[in-house]
Design a protein around this ligand. Sequence first.
Ligand SMILES: Nc1nc2c(c(=O)[nH]1)N[C@H]1C(S)=C(S)[C@@H](COP(=O)(O)O)O[C@H]1N2
Ligand SMILES: [Mo]
Length: 367
Amino acid sequence: DRPDLEPPEKADGVSRRFVLTAGGVIAAAAVVGTIGRRMLADTANTLADRARLVLPVPAKPAPPIPPGTDLDVDGVTRFVTGNADFYRIDTALQVPRLTTADWSLRIHGMVDKEVRLSWADLLAMPMTERLVTLTCVSNEVGGDLIGNAKWLGVPMKEVLELAGVRPGADMLLSTSSDGWTCGTPVSAVTDGRDALLAIGMNGEPLPIEHGYPIRQVIPGLYGYVSATKWVVDWEITKFSEAKAYWSTRGWSELGPIKLSSRIDRPANSTEHAPGEVVIAGTAWAQHTGIERVEVRIDDGPWQPAELATEYSVDTWRQWKFAWQATSGEHDVQCRAIDKKGNAQIEDNASPAPDGSTGLDGRTYTIT
Ligand SMILES: Nc1nc2c(c(=O)[nH]1)N[C@H]1C(S)=C(S)[C@@H](COP(=O)(O)O)O[C@H]1N2
Ligand SMILES: [Mo]
């Protein structure tokens, strides 16, 4: 028997209704007197701080995006997600309003030396820029809780090395300024993947709702075990001793992102003329990479789709399939195969406790 699993998107639904914009904060603040005036001042401070922040030039810039990562097909997801379109998930009823001057990161627990990193300390470190596709464990098959952005930050590994991890520690327990916690395997931070303590998103300081001034981004792990926004504290500990926010609510302690794919166009239950109908979508297998996407019409054989140019194994990959459609009603499904040769799991599973599985499908009428 599992505990009652409250999905991360439910908490987000609440937060969306409260505050999404500075305007919302101001409207809410206006009705609650002193607290309201404080909130208003905090919001103004944070917005001014963000407006003043000049992002450093990366020592390691992201490799340029080659032509062909975007497909020239209407309705298919763009390779880079704009900040305004990026999905948002958190438990924050009020988005934390930090400034770079308030911020510091305390690193403690099973370390050789306790460290407190200030904003100036952080900016003195060389920055790395990388494109990484984030995904939420609550994403249903075919869902849109996924986005790809260019992140700028300091490698988490280098920050961890300032403190030194003692033998036996296997968990980085990160905490946000509003007390949310996240448990990440230390190995995912130190194994060479581009785990970043990020301050920039698509060339801008992080938007407030995406973690201003700083958040984690770790390729290959669902956000609830990797992507702490407004992060202020790292405790180095053990999975046998500590539990993070969603793990105490029945979600899995480890959250590697599951191989998946999605149909973006045409929309479900639409009618089309016989002849060529272009089916297109996206597929992801973060930190492993997409080898192949296949499409199946009704009970027919799996047929290869055409893949967009690969950017890296940490980013999603768009695909299209030119279907010669014949009259009648048809079911279309897609599946991805990763670079280790694994095919997407076909059995349907809901997101709890460690991510959905199953194939995305659409039904079209050809007349
Ligand atoms: N402080 C804080 N960070 C958080 C969360 C949260 O609730 N609080 N949610 C996590 C989850 S579940 C996901 S999927 C990602 C989403 O990041 P985004 O909102 O920038 O897309 O943030 C993660 N970081
Ligand atoms: Mo999530």
